[in-house]
Design a protein around this ligand. Structure first.
Ligand code: HEC
Ligand code: HEC
Length: 251
């Protein structure tokens, strides 16, 4: 069977998708910043992070040269994984979540085993590298996820076509669109559009996270923000469509 027809026939399936438990993360700014906490963070950073992100947070640790994508340069204060609009700083909680969960499809490890206090201390230290200890962005409001009905998924597929996601991600979402052959990030490294058929995402596969990636974009990369071009309903339809792609791949 041709892939194109698989893509269409999935719309005829009965759906048993788990409903997202939206908004499970509790909003928090972490503990009060004291000299002690910063000292804890600095020691932890030197031990756990500097080999990749560099002693000064410039992304030039000894291991950096072997990695693609390279470790983030915190001095630039540009973050991919945000709940805040395009071009804005992340919230402290965004950075905390990244440290806790790591980044799939990259060499960024998960540090869930470190005590919570120490993870918040690390948030503070890497924000200081970028000179943003006083500032953080404001998270967008994400409405409740509508049911992934056949109609919603079918509309998601239409929105995917209308917004030309295919130019980078490919018609079927395999990450093989024409533009994907030439993409670069802000640091002029060669990057590729994500393969949307794997169901593995840098910011996690929780539908609420996928919504934020599409609405807010991934700063520093060619992945644009679509909050101006698509309504919240349309972004949810896109998310609902994306969540069935990996099932299609499994066939
Ligand atoms: C083995 C190498 C390695 C180590 C060790 C490491 N990182 Fe990373 N980190 C990476 C890479 C690679 C990326 C970029 C991933 C990407 O862009 O997809 C990254 C990205 C990040 C980001 C960027 C998130 C965003 O939204 O753009 C943060 C924050 C971060 N790391 C924090 C840390 C902290 C804190 C530590 C230590 C506790 C640490 N990292 C240790 C490799 C590493
Ligand atoms: C100009 C090229 C381009 C276009 C157009 C584009 N993307 Fe992307 N997209 C990317 C790149 C590049 C990445 C990977 C960024 C990275 O991880 O460094 C990405 C990543 C993603 C991710 C993965 C997020 C994660 O957490 O890993 C999703 C989901 C996504 N895009 C959905 C879409 C959707 C939906 C559209 C259309 C509405 C779209 N993209 C349009 C280039 C593009």
């Amino acid at each position: 069977m041709k892939l194109r027809s698989l893509r269409v026939s999935i719309l005829a399936l009965p759906f048993m998708l788990p409903l997202a438990l939206a908004g499970a993360a509790v909003a928090s700014d972490g503990p009060e910043i004291t000299d002690e906490l910063v000292a804890l963070g600095e020691a932890s950073y030197a031990r756990e992070c500097a080999a990749c992100h560099g002693v000064e947070g410039d992304g030039e640790g000894p291991a950096a040269h072997y990695l693609n994508p390279r470790p983030r340069n915190f001095q630039l204060a540009v973050y991919k994984l945000r709940s805040t609009p395009n071009g804005e700083l992340p919230t402290k909680l965004d950075v905390y979540n990244t440290i806790t969960n790591g980044i799939e499809n990259s060499m960024m490890p998960a540090f869930a085993s470190l005590p919570e206090n120490e993870r918040w201390a690390l948030v503070e230290v890497i924000r200081r590298f970028g000179g943003i200890e006083e500032e953080q962005g404001e998270a967008i409001t994400v409405s409740a996820r509508p049911e992934p009905t056949k109609d919603s998924i079918a509309n998601g597929m239409k929105v995917y076509d209308r917004l030309d996601c295919a130019s980078c991600h490919g018609v079927e979402g395999w990450g093989n669109g024409d533009s994907s052959l030439t993409l670069e990030n802000d640091a002029k490294e060669r990057v590729w559009a994500a393969n949307l058929q794997t169901g593995v995402y840098k910011g996690g596969s929780d539908p609420v996270e996928l919504y934020k990636r599409i609405a807010n974009g991934l700063d520093g990369t060619p992945m644009p923000s679509y909050s101006a071009e698509a309504s919240p309903q349309e972004i949810w339809d896109l998310v609902n469509y994306l969540t069935v792609l990996p099932e299609q791949a499994a066939w």
